[in-house]
Design a protein around this ligand. Structure first.
Ligand SMILES: [Ca+2]
Length: 176
């Protein structure tokens, strides 16, 4: 079998590259993928990533688990935010989504492993960008606040450290 064929099964649980390699090995043919780098239904694109809000009240740990199970194969996690542009996109996403109730949503930032040293649940590294609301993080009233929420309040919108056991909606992120 020779020639150049196109892979169109873009929703397969196998990645397009996996399909290409499998067929190439089997038939010795040259394949190309026509799968566009798009986001699935209910996910919104920004740059190279897809984002989805979940209107389901969960603790931080359960929210992270829900994200991981939400789209197997693309390794979603609670959202990580690495620039002012991405932060503004998330804020706009929250403002334009109706019916989810609460004003604050879990993001992936946490200091669960080493208090005072924040990291993202997707292990994407802690960048120089910080989206803290003024006065945060503050470990309010001496309570351990090891997880972080994103609040869309008109005044003082941004990140706040808060107790991980509180239940709130959440935002997931995965590569396109
Ligand atoms: Ca706080």
């Amino acid at each position: 079998m020779t020639g150049k064929l196109t892979v169109t099964n873009c929703d397969s649980t196998m990645s397009p590259l996996t399909i290409v390699l499998a067929f190439s090995v089997a038939f010795g043919a040259a394949f190309t993928s026509a799968c566009p780098r798009e986001c699935p239904t209910y996910w919104t694109a920004y740059g190279d990533y897809c984002y989805r809000l979940y209107g389901s009240l969960q603790t931080w740990h359960h929210a992270e688990g829900r994200c991981r199970r939400s789209y197997p194969g693309r390794t979603p996690h609670l959202v990580s935010i690495h620039s002012s542009g991405e932060n503004a996109f998330i804020k706009q996403l929250l403002e334009t989504t109706h019916g989810l109730g609460n004003a604050c949503y879990w993001i992936g930032l946490n200091e669960l492993h080493w208090p005072g040293h924040y990291r993202w649940s997707d292990n994407s590294g802690y960048t120089t960008y910080l989206g803290w609301r003024s006065g945060e993080p503050n470990n309010a009233q001496g309570n351990p606040e090891h997880c972080v929420e994103f609040c869309k309040h008109v005044i003082n919108a941004g990140w706040n450290d808060i107790t991980c056991s509180i239940q709130m909606n959440f935002i997931c992120k995965m590569p396109k």
